[in-house]
Design a protein. Structure first.
Length: 138
């Protein structure tokens, strides 16, 4: 579950297709402009080795992060440069080309702790919004 790998594949195919060397963010603008935590490649590699070799890790879900904070608006630009492309300048001013939307779980996990976290009545069902549905695109 590494978005960077998926975006790298997306970039490689877009480049091969010759799509005007413009790279368009497939997700929503909020995710693109917001900040997220990331993992340095060294820790990520060490974690993968551990998960592959540790018998107790079998059939388990894991997430690893060292707390690096970054925004996709910066990383996506760097990825575009890596593939000899530029980020599509008007990507959020025009209607999406292959949009998709999916409602997430009715009761997200935070609902179980809403009282303890002071979030009663402050959380709503979320949805996954994409400007380019990668299944349709592929």
């Amino acid at each position: 579950m590494n978005l960077t790998t998926a975006l790298g594949l997306y970039a490689a195919v877009q480049k091969e297709l010759g799509n005007n060397n413009e790279f368009e963010w497939p997700g929503c603008e909020r995710f693109y402009t917001g900040f997220d935590t990331f993992t340095c490649s060294k820790l990520y590699a060490e974690f993968y080795c551990w998960a592959a070799l540790e018998p107790e890790a079998g059939n388990q879900a894991f997430n690893v992060t060292n707390g690096d904070v970054e925004s996709w608006q910066d990383l996506f630009r760097k990825m575009a440069q890596r593939f000899g492309m530029k980020v599509k300048p008007e990507q959020f001013t025009k209607p999406p080309s292959l949009p998709s939307e999916m409602e997430m779980e009715m009761d997200p996990p935070v609902f179980e702790f809403a009282v303890e976290c002071g979030l009663v009545g402050r959380t709503e069902q979320s949805k996954m919004e994409n400007r380019i549905d990668m299944v349709k695109w592929s």
